[in-house]
Design a protein around this ligand. Structure first.
Ligand code: SAH
Length: 243
């Protein structure tokens, strides 16, 4: 069974959006994964198709009603992880993306307005995920980000399998490292030369240089990742060697 994404949204017209192009779009057309956008409004029960109401306790904005969202979830939950995109959630990481991409797919709930009634989040055991410390106007772009990251890891989607293994946040002891710099022809451009080691044809030295650059860049730009990288490396060294 290939990866199936179901998106619950008030704006189904936003899908597949940019995922219809390029790698993810080709993979969609090839049936390597599938995507359905489900209109939450279709689960409203009153004549006016109301999905939201004013917040108890007062304040600005509207809140999506638990009964309507619950009905939408009931129609699509089937054992796949069910994620509510929210700035309050656990940060989306490459580790989470890898886990999701290895599974059957996901049900993604997109909030709008002030968000969703807390009770349905708890009752349905939703996994709350954030794509970063900023506030979007809705969960749709966050869902597209999450799905783009998953789609490119699906079997047969990315051209060279090894390009996934080497890039930033790749698994295998470099989980927390940013990527090394890339160069292509011409070997000299505007007086800037490509680092000589990359022209040497010496694979071990190239690998060493790339590793050192990845470490230098991570240390400089993301001390938070560097600390995690060092901790992970230490834990790996301390691991008992299998007999
Ligand atoms: N009142 C909320 C923000 C609501 S934004 C708060 O202060 O936390 C409206 C919707 O956009 C949210 O329900 C959520 O689904 C989505 N959203 C906004 N920012 C997001 C982010 N960084 N990551 C994931 N989803 C986000």
């Amino acid at each position: 069974m290939s990866f199936r994404a179901s998106i619950l949204t008030l704006f189904p017209g936003m899908f597949p959006g940019p995922l219809g192009d390029s790698l993810a779009g080709r993979a969609l057309r090839e049936g390597r994964w599938s995507l359905e956008a489900i209109d939450i409004r279709g689960f409203a029960t009153d004549r006016h198709r109301t999905v939201d109401d004013t917040p108890f306790g007062g304040g600005a904005g509207m809140v999506l009603r638990p009964d309507v969202v619950d009905a939408a979830l009931a129609a699509s939950q089937d054992g796949r992880p069910t994620i509510f995109l929210t700035p309050r959630g656990r940060p989306l990481t490459q580790g989470l993306v890898r886990d999701l991409a290895a599974g059957p797919g996901a049900v993604l709930l997109c909030g709008r307005y002030e968000g969703i009634d807390q009770r349905v989040i708890e009752a349905r055991g939703l996994i709350e995920v954030s794509i970063g410390d900023y506030v979007l106007s809705g969960g749709e772009l966050a869902a597209l980000v999450l799905l783009d990251a998953c789609a490119r890891l699906l079997p047969g989607v990315m051209g060279a399998a090894e390009s996934a293994a080497e890039e930033s946040f790749a698994a295998g002891g470099q989980d927390h490292l940013l990527e090394y710099p890339h160069y292509t022809r011409p070997a000299e451009w505007q007086g800037r030369a490509v680092p000589a080691v990359l022209l040497s044809g010496h694979h071990a030295e190239v690998a060493r240089w790339r590793r050192a650059e990845a470490e230098r860049i991570t240390k400089e730009r993301r001390p938070d990742l560097w600390v995690r990288h060092c901790a992970a490396a230490a834990a790996m060294d301390g691991r008992p060697v299998p007999a």
